[in-house]
Design a binder for this molecule. Sequence first.
Ligand code: URA
Length: 258
Amino acid sequence: MGEISREAAIAALAWQQELGADEAIGAEPVDRFALAEAPKAAPAQPGAAPVSARIAEDPVEVATAAAEAAGSLEDLREAMGRFEHCELRHGARSLVFADGQPRARVMIIGEAPGRDEDMQGKPFVGRAGALLDRMLAAIGMGRDAPDAEKAVYITNVLPWRPPQNRDPKPDEIAMLMPFLRAHVALADPEIILAMGNISCQALLGKRGITRLRGGWTECLGRPCLPMFHPAYLLRNPGAKREAWADLLSLSARLDGAG
Ligand code: URA
C-alpha cells in the first residue's frame, strides 16, 4: 500500500472520532503493514471439512437461511443484528432497520443510512429525509400519517452506514439482499418505490436512474416505481419537476386511476 495523503489521514481520524473513538488503545503506534502477513490457509487435505460445511459459511447462504427463518419484522431485525458477515456493521453505530407504518400500501427503499441515520437509528432523517417527507406530504402521504391509507414504510438496501458514505460494494448488496427480500415479504406493501441508483441496482439489477425513473416496472413480484433519490434532488433542484410527475403517478396508481 502506498503512502496515504494528509487529507486522507485527517478524514480517517475524523471518521473514527465520529464513531466514538476518543482515545488511542496503545501507548506506541503499531505499523501493521510491517507485520508479517498471516500464513495462508493450507490447501484442503483428505479428511478436511466437507464442502457443505464450507458452503454453510457463504454469507449469502447464511443470510438467506436467517432471513427465511424470520416470521415477523421483529424476528427479522434480530436476525440482521446477529448477522456477522458484513464488515459494515463494525463501522456503524446503529442497525437502521425501518421507519413508518409496517404494512403500509407503499414501501420506500433507499440506499443506505448516512451520518444522521446512523446516529438516530432511523432511515431518512437527515436533509434528504426532510425533503422526502415534504415530497410525500405534497401528495397527502407520510411516515407518520394517522390514516393507514396514507402511510408509508421506509427502509434501505443496506442497514449499516458505509464508511464515508461510499457506495456499497456488490458483495455487500448480495449478502444483504436476502434480508431485504424477507423485509418486503413481511411488510407486504402493494407498491415499492426504489429511490436512486443503488436501490435500482439491488432491486432491478439495473442502474441509470435518469432513464429508469417514472417507468412502472416490477420487483420482488410487486409494482415498482424508480424515482430520483432525494439527495440527488437536493443537488439538482431542476429534477424536482420529474420527481413531482412521479409522485402524481404514484398517487394516481394508489387511487386506482394509474
Ligand atoms: N439516503 C438513503 O438512501 N437512506 C437513508 O436512510 C438516508 C439517506
